[in-house]
Design a protein around this ligand. Structure first.
Ligand code: NDP
Ligand code: 2IT
Length: 445
C-alpha cells in the first residue's frame, strides 16, 4: 500500500482503537484509493485524505424519557455529520442497543461515498441512539422519539441535515420524530425523509432500498450474460430492506427460499410467503420463528448466520454489519453462489468480500447496491422543496435509472483504473472522486 494512505490508516488506528467498525470501513475503503492518489498528487499536498476521514461535526447528547412504569430512563443520542462537500448532510437514524459513536462514524463514512455515487446533491451523515424499540409500547417509543428530537432539532433542517430511517427506525418512529420536529420549529418542511404518504412522504420510498438492490442486481447479471429468472436466493433480515428486496426478486422470477431475523432463519423450499413475513415483522412486530406455524410449511433454525449454509445462486445480506464472515463466504462459494449484493451496510467482512472476489463471484458492495433508499430520499427532498408529489411510476422509473447509472459508473471506474470487475474499488473510487473534487474546489475548510 502507498505510504501516504498507510500513514493515514495508522493514525486512525492509533487515535480510534475503540471504534472497530469505523476502522474496518476505513481499511476497506482507503487501499482502493491508492490509484487515485497516484494520479492526483495535488490531493496529498492539501491533506485531502486526513481531512476526508474526520467528520465535519459529531454531536453526542443524552436522551432522558419516562417509561410506562413511571421510571426515568436515559439513552445516548448521536448525529455524525460527516461531509457536506456535495450537498446537505443526509443519512438515516439507527435505534439499536449496539449503537456507539464509532458505529455511526462507519455508517456516515459509507453514506458519504454512497450518496456521492447516486449522482444527487447530498452529503453524508448518520445518527441514532442505543435505544431498543423492541418490546417497548407505542407510548414509550413516542416519548423517546420526542425527547431525542428535542435535542436533534438544533442540528437539522431541510438545507442543513435531513435524517431518515435505518435499523429500528421505520414509519412509526419517523412519524413521532417528524411530529416533534414540526411542533418545535412551527414549520412543515422537509427536514426528514421516509415520511408517511399523507404528510409529505414520497411514493416508493418504503420499497426503494430493496427494489433498488434488485434493479442493480439485474443490471449486473444482464451485463454478465446471466438472468435472475429461476435463480434461488437467500436473503438475510426481514426488515424494510429484506422484505422489499424479496418482493422485487419474486417479481423478477427469483425463488426466495430463506429469510432471517436476529434469532434465526426460515427455510421454505416452495418459496417464502412474503405476506406472512410482512404481517409478522411489520404489523405484529413478532418473531420470524412463527412462520412455519402460520403458513404450514418451512422450517425455523435458530442462529441467524446458519442461513449462509443454504445452497443458492444469489445471496443478499440485508440485516446488519459483519453478518457474513469468511467461513460463511467459503460455504456459499462451495455451494455455487453466482452473485452477492449487499442490501445492508458492510454485512460482509473484509475477508469474506475478498473471498468472493478471488473465487470470481460477482460481488457488489453496499454503498452501490443499497443506494436506492437514499436516492429516493433525495427525490422526496426535491418533491418537498417543490411543494409537489410524484406518482409511484415516476419515482420507480427514476430509481431504476439511478441504479442503472450507479452500476455503470462503478463498473467503468473499476475498468478505467485497471481493475475490471472489482466493484469494491470501482464504488470507492467513483464515490470518492466527486467528494474530493468538491473539497479541492472549496479550499481548506
Ligand atoms: P429494520 O430494522 O427494518 O430490519 C433489520 C433486520 O435485520 C431485522 O430483520 C433484524 O432482526 C435484523 N437485525 C438487526 N440487527 C441484527 C443483528 N445484530 N444480527 C442479526 N440480525 C439483525 O432495518 P432495515 O431493513 O432498514 O436495515 C437493514 C440494513 O440495511 C442495515 O444495515 C441498514 O443500515 C441498511 N440500509 C437501510 C436502508 C433503508 O432505507 N432502511 C438503506 C440502505 C441500507 P430483528 O427483527 O430480530 O431485530
Ligand atoms: O443506509 C442508508 O442509506 C439509509 N439508512 C437511508 C438513508 C436516507 O437518508 O434515506
Amino acid at each position: 500500500m502507498n505510504t501516504y494512505i498507510a500513514s493515514v490508516l495508522d493514525d486512525l488506528q492509533d487515535r480510534y482503537p475503540h471504534q472497530p467498525e469505523f476502522l474496518q470501513a476505513a481499511q476497506e475503503m482507503l487501499p482502493s484509493l491508492e490509484v487515485v492518489f497516484e494520479r492526483h498528487p495535488e490531493y496529498r499536498d492539501s491533506a485531502l485524505l486526513e481531512r476526508f476521514v474526520e467528520p465535519e461535526r459529531a454531536v453526542l447528547f443524552r436522551v432522558p424519557w419516562v417509561d410506562d412504569g413511571g421510571q426515568v430512563r436515559v439513552n445516548r443520542g448521536y448525529r455524525v455529520q460527516f461531509s457536506s462537500a456535495i450537498g446537505p448532510y443526509k443519512g438515516g437514524l439507527r435505534f439499536h442497543p449496539s449503537v456507539t459513536l464509532g458505529m455511526l462514524k462507519f455508517l456516515a463514512l459509507e453514506q458519504t461515498l454512497k450518496n456521492s455515487l447516486t449522482g444527487l446533491p447530498i452529503g453524508g451523515a448518520k445518527g441514532g441512539a442505543d435505544f431498543n424499540p423492541r418490546a417497548k409500547s407505542d407510548g414509550e417509543v413516542m416519548r423517546f422519539c420526542q425527547s431525542f428530537m428535542t435535542e436533534l432539532v438544533r442540528h437539522i433542517g431541510p438545507r442543513l441535515d435531513i435524517p431518515a430511517g435505518d435499523i429500528g427506525v421505520g414509519a412509526r418512529e419517523i412519524g413521532f420524530l417528524f411530529g416533534q420536529y414540526k411542533r418545535l420549529v412551527a414549520r412543515h418542511e422537509g427536514a426528514m425523509t421516509g415520511k408517511g404518504m399523507g404528510y409529505g412522504g414520497s411514493q416508493a420510498r418504503t420499497e426503494a432500498t430493496g427494489y433498488g438492490l434488485m434493479y442493480l442486481v439485474k443490471t449486473m447479471l444482464d451485463n454478465h450474460s446471466l438472468s435472475p429468472e429461476g435463480m434461488r436466493a437467500v436473503i438475510s433480515g426481514s426488515g424494510n430492506v429484506a422484505i422489499y428486496a424479496a418482493q422485487k426478486a419474486a417479481q423478477m422470477g427469483v425463488h426466495v427460499i430463506a429469510m432471517s431475523d436476529s434469532e434465526g432463519f426460515i427455510l421454505d423450499g416452495e418459496g417464502i410467503d412474503l405476506s406472512c413475513i410482512k404481517n409478522l415483522k411489520l404489523t405484529e412486530r413478532a418473531r420470524i420463528s412463527e412462520y412455519p406455524l402460520r403458513v404450514g410449511r418451512g422450517n425455523f433454525h435458530p442462529g441467524a448466520n446458519g442461513i449462509w449454509q443454504i445452497t443458492c445462486d444469489l445471496a443478499l445480506p440485508c440485516a446488519t454489519q459483519n453478518e457474513l464472515d469468511e467461513a460463511a463466504a467459503t460455504a456459499l462459494i462451495r455451494n455455487g453462489v453466482k452473485a452477492v449484493a449487499e442490501g445492508a451496510n458492510m454485512p460482509a467482512t473484509l475477508a469474506a468480500s475478498r473471498a468472493f472476489q478471488d473465487a470470481g463471484v460477482l460481488f457488489m458492495p453496499g454503498k452501490a447496491a443499497n443506494a436506492g433508499g437514499v436516492a429516493v430520499s433525495a427525490l422526496e427532498m426535491a418533491q418537498n422543496a417543490g411543494f409537489t408529489s410524484w406518482t409511484f411510476d415516476k419515482v420507480d422509473r427514476e430509481l431504476q435509472a439511478v441504479m442503472d447509472r450507479i452500476y455503470h459508473r462503478v463498473a467503468h471506474t473499476a475498468a478505467r483504473y485497471g481493475k475490471a470487475g472489482d466493484f469494491i474499488l470501482g464504488a470507492n473510487v467513483a464515490g470518492f472522486l466527486q467528494v474530493a473534487d468538491a473539497m479541492m474546489a472549496q479550499g481548506v475548510v
